[in-house]
Design a protein around this ligand. Structure first.
Ligand SMILES: [Zn+2]
Length: 197
């Protein structure tokens, strides 16, 4: 957004921001699996990340660390970040504190106050690395919409594709995906019943 937000309008923005954050995060993950290069990362930072992140007063317009990276190393970095973010998403389903605390500690998300409460948003700071930026999108989405992560977040057991369709099928490998926490709690219930019964 990169501009002063009208605070009165913020309460209506939450679902829009959450959806845009999730979409941008998933676009990055898909790109990481499809061999994105530096050029595609730069495009994503400009087209998808920057429009939904805020720059706080005082931040200068220095290029992000990724912009200074040599193109040759970036594809490998993108792939590694994709793997790391997918692992972090698995943890969001069960224990979000690690991802959320890290985002707060690094100043990668911010709560903007308004009349009805606060709106979480990613913060575009020059010193943030790419993994922190991608995770800030999912952290923001989580804080605005935790139920989706608790009930619907799925990671394909075959190819690690992330979706929010708890009992859907992965279109890539036709494997059944599982809502991480929902399936976990179903198994817990069955174990409990078998123990009680
Ligand atoms: Zn799959």
């Amino acid at each position: 957004m990169h501009s002063t937000l009208a605070c009165t309008a913020l309460s209506h923005e939450a679902p829009v921001i959450a959806a845009a954050c999730r979409s941008a995060g998933r676009t990055f993950l898909e790109g990481a699996r499809n061999g994105w290069s530096k050029r595609e990362l730069d495009r994503w930072l400009i087209d998808e990340y920057a429009p939904i992140s805020v720059r706080l007063d005082g931040d200068d317009d220095d290029l992000s660390p990724e912009s200074a990276l040599r193109a040759s190393g970036v594809a490998e970095l993108i792939e590694l970040v994709g793997v790391a973010v997918t692992e972090a998403l698995r943890s969001l389903a069960y224990d979000p504190s690690g991802v959320i605390d890290a985002a707060l500690r690094k100043g990668a998300i911010v709560a903007l106050s308004h009349d009805d409460g606060s709106l979480w948003m990613p913060v575009d700071r020059p010193d943030l690395d790419i993994e922190t930026r991608v995770l800030s999108l999912f952290a923001t989405d989580y804080l605005l919409n935790p139920e989706a992560y608790e009930d619907d977040l799925s990671v394909c057991p075959c190819c690690d594709r992330v979706s929010f369709d708890a009992f859907g099928q992965c279109p890539r490998c036709s494997s059944a995906e599982s809502g991480l926490r929902r399936i976990g709690s179903l198994i817990d219930d069955q174990e409990l019943q078998s123990r009680v019964g």
